[in-house]
Design a binder for this molecule. Structure first.
Ligand SMILES: [Zn+2]
Length: 311
């Protein structure tokens, strides 16, 4: 039920377009592996949830981005909505020894003798709960912080906070499922609609902006859909991969998004020619036409943007 997060997909494209010697490569790789580990931890928790029997009319949302109001956005790993309760789940896929220091709100991870402080998951989930409370939803809101790895030791766990290992989560949810219904089916459906209306796509800066990478330093050209290596043109309509040798007759459609993710949200024919290495602006124009983009005219030239409904 959970897809790879957008940030994971975007970083994988950035990595493909950074030379091994690029000064940002290691840092981007580190972030990519963190997101990957987080994703696999969340999948493990999803599997635990799938084993449970929920009451009729329950809904499990994953990787939920909500806009509470203009200045308040939250991102939750999992939100369970039933007629009895709401449950916010924050998943931590961390290995090592985790020490909670409730008195100063700091959490320390010790691994191989190295101590690293990180954001206290209790404060983090409390912020999400407080934000949800602003919506005045007709249900009590519960929370669970779940450590998904078996290779974690928890120390000094505050007794009054719902902190679990993955295997203990089932008992907690089973108890919540015994509660009385608070709303009827039509109210439940209204609630789901209200939450869906609050869901939003993150408005993101381009990855080059965020990582302070010059677009000039990216690997240009069309990349293979199978192995990510450079394609070269072998005939009018066919490209071939330099590494796996597969043929590609329509490489622009799976490459165009790289420009929007990495560089900026619109592209001109000249930019397209230069970034993807087409022989002329005429060829670039012909390629852009295949991508089902929106034509945005400005004073001097046409630019093209992603058609949101298509991608
Ligand atoms: Zn290939």
């Amino acid at each position: 039920m959970r897809n790879f997060p957008q940030s994971y997909i975007e970083l994988s494209r950035l990595l493909l377009r950074l030379e091994p010697s690029h000064s940002s490569k290691k840092e981007v790789e580190k972030k990519f592996h963190q997101i990957e580990a987080g994703y696999f931890g969340e999948k493990l928790v999803d599997n635990t949830l799938l084993e449970l029997i929920f009451p009729p009319h329950s809904c499990i949302l994953t990787d939920v981005h909500l806009k509470i109001h203009n200045h308040l956005y939250i991102q939750m790993d999992t939100l369970i909505i039933t007629k009895k309760y709401l449950l916010v789940i924050e998943v931590k896929n961390i290995v090592g020894t985790i020490t909670f220091q409730k008195h100063n709100g700091q959490t320390i991870r010790t691994l191989d003798g190295v101590k690293t402080p990180f954001e206290c998951p209790i404060s983090q989930i409390n912020r999400h709960i407080q934000a949800l409370e602003q919506l005045r939803l007709p249900l009590p809101i519960f929370k669970a912080i779940v450590f998904s790895s078996n290779r974690v030791i928890l120390e000094n766990v505050p007794m009054d906070e719902p902190i679990f290992f993955r295997k203990n989560l089932s008992t907690y949810i089973h108890q919540l499922n015994q509660k009385e219904d608070r709303i009827d089916t039509s109210q439940f459906n209204d609630l789901i609609r209200r939450i869906q209306l609050k869901q939003h796509e993150m408005q993101r800066k381009s990855l080059c902006d965020r990582w302070r990478i010059s677009p000039e330093s990216l690997i240009k050209g069309l990349l293979c859909n199978l192995c990510g290596n450079i394609l070269y043109k072998i005939s009018n309509k066919t490209w071939k991969c330099t590494k796996c040798e597969s043929n590609d007759r329509n490489p622009i459609t799976h490459n165009i998004n790289d420009y929007f993710i990495l560089v900026k949200d619109s592209i001109t024919t000249i930019e397209c020619k230069e970034f993807f290495g087409f022989s002329s602006t005429h060829e670039a124009y012909y390629m852009l036409k295949k991508c089902n983009l929106i034509n945005v005219n400005n004073a001097r030239k046409s630019a093209y943007r992603k058609n949101i409904e298509v991608f």
